[in-house]
Design a protein around this ligand. Structure first.
Ligand code: NAD
Ligand code: MG
Length: 390
């Protein structure tokens, strides 16, 4: 680093996604502080090779083994190790030359790499909220103080509001929510929305799955469960408030009535960089917020009835155990079906609810159990979708 301290050696898992690309941008802007050592993708080998060359990385992994023979892989930098399959992604997380692992994979596939990073004692910069939703009971006991830094903007905000405070003296967490593109709509209006309507998020530009989750408000439901694990509280402690401008990223209210809020530009590079720089703060990677141009900040109550996914996540998060795993897996299948045009927007919560109803909740015991339940919920969701079509 410019001040003489060594660079932080990072592995970016899911480097071609929305978070992954923004993380690479942070690495470009702070090349004196960050060294990209390893990269992974699901299948986009062209982009992987281009990033591997740009950052001269030492190792890459491709999760989808159907890409073993992609000709472009011959153009990886000399000496760069290339391996395939989900195990290979986990192997990057535990390399001796890696200090910090950013898990920017989408979906439950992020669980095992997150587990690997924590077990190997690496800093885990966690964007992948699904891994905490599904396996928070297993991951959190492994995380030492300061080892797991959330990247999700709300959770990064809450983490920062708690710095220097006594968590025992917190009264509640205010988890802010943009409301998504369908804020204020009725249930009957939601029946007929298209995937292109749902992909038009008002304040954030993100990957397709989280953008649909933000339109159904499942994203906020998943984030409540994520916060429950990260901050060790009950679901009822975490209140959702609609903040349409996405400028207040979340708040913590203390016993004496003081409220700490985290504000900033709606730019994911800020929380990504914080997870790398913690406990320091580096020069911002994004344009600064100009309060004189901000206008008003508005607050509204969330609608748990119209946005049924928010309610379903509350039920799953309150019950705990294996129910959030079912909620998440069924949601992943239903969102994929909606994006393919094979179900309606409101079918997403119908599928999730039907799978949750069919599941007998168990306490979380281990990764194999979660993987079996995840697989069952995916099959069940596929059956429910078929039933809806016939
Ligand atoms: P994305 O779809 O844009 O990118 C996903 C990345 O994961 C890609 O690089 C892809 O190659 C890789 N990937 C996909 N499936 C995989 C698999 N089975 N195994 C290994 N790698 C796989 O997603 P995103 O929007 O960048 O979101 C990533 C994660 O970050 C999600 O959990 C999301 O909820 C969370 N998050 C995203 C944002 C955002 O602004 N995009 C904000 C907060 C949290
Ligand atoms: Mg978020």
């Amino acid at each position: 680093m410019a001040d003489g301290s060594p660079k932080l050696h990072v592995a970016i898992l899911g480097c071609t996604g929305s978070i992954g690309r923004q993380a690479l941008d942070v690495c470009r802007q702070h090349a004196d502080k960050l060294d990209v050592v390893a990269l992974s993708v699901n299948s986009s080998t062209d982009k992987l090779v281009s990033y591997a060359r740009e950052f001269s990385v030492r190792a890459v992994a491709v999760a989808d083994e159907a890409h073993v023979n992609d000709a472009v892989l011959a153009e990886l930098p000399e000496g760069c190790l290339c391996s395939f399959g989900p195990e290979a992604v986990c192997d990057l997380a535990i390399r001796d030359d890696v200090d910090c692992v950013l898990v920017a994979i989408v979906g439950a596939a992020g669980l095992e790499p997150s587990h690997a990073a924590l077990t190997a004692g690496k800093r885990l910069a966690l964007a992948n909220k699904e891994s905490l939703v599904v396996g928070g009971d297993l991951l959190m006991p492994l995380a030492k103080p300061g080892q797991l830094i959330p990247v999700d903007s709300e959770h990064s905000a809450i983490y920062q509001c708690y710095l220097g405070e006594n968590p025992q003296q917190a009264h509640c967490i205010w988890l802010t929510c943009s409301g998504g593109p369908f804020f204020g709509r009725s249930r009957s209006e939601l029946e007929s929305v298209s995937s292109s309507d749902a992909l038009a998020h008002p304040t954030w530009s993100m990957g397709a799955k989280i953008t649909i989750d933000s339109a159904t408000l499942m994203n906020k439901g998943l984030e409540r469960i994520e916060a429950k694990h990260l901050f060790g509280c009950d679901l009822g402690f975490i209140k959702v408030v609609i903040q349409r401008q996405s400028k207040i990223h979340s708040m913590v209210e203390f016993d004496d009535g003081s409220v700490m809020a985290h504000l900033g530009a709606s730019d994911m590079r800020i929380p990504i960089q914080f997870a790398f720089s913690y406990p320091d703060r580096w020069e911002t990677p994004a344009p600064r917020i100009d309060f004189t141009q901000l206008g008003s900040l508005t607050f509204d109550e969330p609608d748990f009835e119209t946005f049924r996914c928010l309610k379903l996540a509350e039920i799953a998060g309150t019950a705990g155990g294996t129910l959030p795993c079912v909620l998440n897996a069924a949601n992943e299948v239903a969102v994929e079906a909606f994006l393919n045009g094979s179900c309606s927007f409101t079918d997403i919560d119908r599928v999730v609810e039907s799978c949750m109803d069919a599941h007998a909740v168990e306490p979380v015991q281990g990764f194999e159990q979660l993987s079996d339940i995840d697989a069952w919920a995916r099959q069940q969701a596929t059956r429910v979708l078929k039933g809806l079509r016939s």
